[in-house]
Write a protein that binds this ligand. Structure first.
Ligand code: IVH
Length: 683
């Protein structure tokens, strides 16, 4: 492709990909498959690699990050970033309403919005392009965090030109971490022996200040815009300008509402005070704004905040109770998390009996003593936490909480590596919660799918000494488990239920175990629970190593050749196979008939050297990723669209008619899956 055509195609692809980003990340309504999206992206990456002079800092390919920021430059805000006056009471809202009426009379409209609990950001656009993203700082000057913000998919890098984008504008909003991303991040931190973040807000703030934007890109941050600033905005009111911003590509909350009076505002507040728990992100209140720009101007500002807006903050839900004990929970990887056992107390509609204490440093920071009276808080956060200790209530002979030296569950001495925040129990093979967590992972739906063993049943098997590891599951006999039972108490709900192994249950379990023997290798690999080998990594491994033996015998360097496998994962795989007990378990599972190879071809030759393939549709035997790897391992190339350079169109079911038409027109050879396998026979 010559320079001019490449330039045209890059522009075209950028536009298409941006539209798909918008559909996916802003509207949450994707219209193409992940595969089709990946193909478009791949084509763009290749073109930019071939013509680096055409690559743009705001290209969608830049979202993966790469830039490193050593010190974040401090920049001045064009418009100061003010804060909001806060209130916790309806009475003060009434006062606010009175003040407003005094200045502008009765003819006005409110806009009610959620108050997102994240990090404020100013996004500066010039000629429709993102040029800067700046944190609030002291309100006048903030940190330039553009490299990291560029990786947030819901922040547009270029605005859609719908005819009315001003040449210069600033979008103000809140960067936040959705609960799902937060939980994932903390899980990863814990299994990495790193201290978890206390809440999604801290996680978002920390992510924005990461020096490596590549890591920020993995944090799955999100951003809502709540204000547009500029001299030539299309409308003369806040609400309509937000609607324009949505058309330009920004993510706007669907829950913003216009209200005519305070009663409607109270309704909005009441609704969200209850419903906040249904959101996938934290809010800490509601923001009430005057809609009209003119009226906003008339109301003006105090030194710190606008007089045309106010934040109604939900009361922080706190309770005062006694710390009875500290227990230590052990996770799948042996990480020990301290948990406060509290005198049960009512907090926002639930009885709280436990609170997270994170790690030893947190206990030290709080200087906790057993029997202390403590303040427990449940903000937007998912888990209640201890925020304060009332030392005036402490007995003279109170015992300070000192972190356990032995595992609560198996009495093994705990270890804490030099410089690390977390303790862990090294007794991987005998510590009951570690065994339980490993088995629960193994039987989970995405792994071996033996869920009939879930809901407390595995625990019963472990307690009865019937299973100590995943291989023991396949030795279970009907007579051994029929009739076992146990009452499981749900402390939180104050209920208990009986779990028993009745005839039907036992039959289901044994059937599911039998059926699991045909679960494909990639899922078995995931089920083994090798640290850092999640579902995606397992899927990446199997096209390269078609059997467990090949994987087991691979060197560190060979593992690194697999896309997405870095040093950390490679090390973990090597370590796993160095453990003789793991090999014994694999051999036992293999003898029981579990799948430890793909049964598919895995070869590396120059057979397809210089050949260009396009893959389209769905295939019976191979996934598209596997086909792609096969082609690439054998020297071929895979591109996203049919052109005169294409040698083969590898056609599956439901392939795009346009691709077929083009292939026919350009006389490109169309082959199906089995014809493709025939080509491989030549090797
Ligand atoms: S408007 C000049 N709207 O709350 C007023 N702020 O103290 C600009 N916040 O950290 C703020 N949700 O980032 C506004 N819907 C919303 C908001 C919101 C969250 C944050 C803001 C700032 C704080 C205000």
């Amino acid at each position: 492709m010559d320079f001019e055509r490449a330039q045209k195609r890059i522009r075209e692809l950028t536009g298409i990909i941006e539209k798909h980003n918008y559909n996916y990340y802003v509207l949450a309504k994707p219209v193409i498959s992940d595969y089709e999206y990946d193909m478009l992206m791949k084509e763009l990456i290749e073109l930019e690699e071939r013509y680096p002079e055409l690559a743009d800092i705001n290209s969608p390919t830049q979202r993966v990050g790469g830039q490193v920021t050593k010190d974040f430059p401090v920049v001045r805000h064009k418009y100061p970033m003010l804060s909001l006056g806060n209130t916790y009471s309806k009475k003060e809202l009434q006062d606010f309403d009175n003040r407003v009426r005094k200045v502008i009379g009765d003819g006005f409209e409110y806009v009610c919005e959620l108050k997102y609990d994240g990090v404020a950001i100013g996004l500066v656009y010039e000629n429709g392009q993102l040029v800067r993203a700046v944190t609030r700082g002291d309100g006048f000057r903030g940190d330039d965090v553009t490299n990291n913000v560029r990786t947030i998919k819901s922040v547009p890098l270029r605005l859609f030109d719908s005819g009315n984008v001003p040449d210069e504008l600033e979008a103000r909003g809140e960067i936040f971490m959705p609960h799902k991303s937060f939980l994932q991040l903390n899980e990863a931190k814990i299994s990495n022996n790193e201290p978890p973040f206390a809440n999604p807000r801290n996680a978002a703030a920390g992510s924005l200040k990461l020096q490596e934007s590549k890591i920020a890109a993995l944090r799955k941050l999100d951003c809502f815009i709540y204000k547009v600033l500029g001299e030539y905005l299309p409308a003369d009111n806040h609400y309509d300008n937000l609607q324009s911003a949505k058309k330009w590509g920004f993510k706007i909350s669907e829950f913003t509402e216009k209200c005519d009076n305070l009663d409607q505002v109270y309704k909005y507040i009441g609704y969200w005070e209850k419903e906040r728990k249904s959101l996938d992100f934290d809010i800490d209140g509601v923001v009430i704004k005057i809609n009209s720009d003119k009226q906003q101007e008339k109301l003006g500002y105090t030194a710190k905040s606008p007089r045309w807006a106010i934040a109604y903050k939900f009361p922080t839900q706190q309770a005062y109770t006694r710390l009875l004990d500290v227990k230590y929970q052990v996770g799948r990887t042996g990480v020990v998390t301290p948990v406060a056992v509290l005198q049960p107390v009512q907090l926002s509609g639930t009885t709280v009996k436990r609170a997270s204490l994170y790690n030893a440093d947190r206990i030290k920071q709080l200087q906790l003593h057993i029997n202390d009276m403590v303040v427990v808080e449940k903000g937007g956060e998912i888990i209640p936490k201890i925020v304060d200790v009332d030392i005036t209530e402490r007995d003279d002979d109170a015992q300070p909480v000192s972190f356990a030296t032995r595992c609560d569950e198996c009495n093994t001495p705990l270890v804490r590596k030099e410089g690390e925040a977390l303790h862990y129990c090294p007794n991987k093979k005998e510590c009951p919660p570690q065994i339980l967590a490993k088995i629960e992972h193994f039987i989970s739906r995405k792994a071996m799918n033996i869920e009939s063993l879930g809901q407390g049943r595995t625990e019963i098997l472990i307690k009865n000494g019937l299973v100590k590891n995943i291989a023991d599951l396949y030795d279970l006999k009907y007579e051994q488990i029929y009739g076992l039972e146990k009452s499981i108490v749900n402390e939180l709900e104050g209920t208990s239920k009986k779990i028993s192994f009745r005839k039907k249950t036992v039959e289901n379990i044994l059937n599911a175990l039998e059926k699991s023997k045909s679960v494909p290798f990639e899922r078995v690999l995931y089920a083994l629970g090798i640290r850092y080998v999640g579902e995606t990594v397992a899927k990446r491994i199997t096209p390269h190593f078609s059997s467990i033996d090949k994987l087991m015998n691979s060197s560190f360097e060979q593992l690194l050749e697999v896309p997405e496998i870095g040093e950390k994962i490679a090390k973990s795989i090597i370590l796993f196979f160095q453990d003789k007990d793991n090999i014994d378990i694999i051999n036992r599972l293999r003898n029981k008939g579990l799948q430890f190879e793909t049964g598919k071809k895995e070869i590396s030759t120059g057979l397809f050297e210089g050949k260009v393939f396009v893959i389209s549709g769905v295939f019976g035997k191979y996934s598209r990723q596997e086909l792609k790897t096969l082609i690439e391992n054998n020297g071929g190339k895979v591109t996203g669209s049919v052109s005169s350079n294409t040698d083969y169109l590898l056609a599956g079911d439901n392939m795009g008619p346009e691709k077929r038409r083009k292939a026919v027109e350009l006389d490109v050879r169309i082959i199906n899956e089995s014809e493709f396998e025939d080509l491989l026979k030549d090797i």
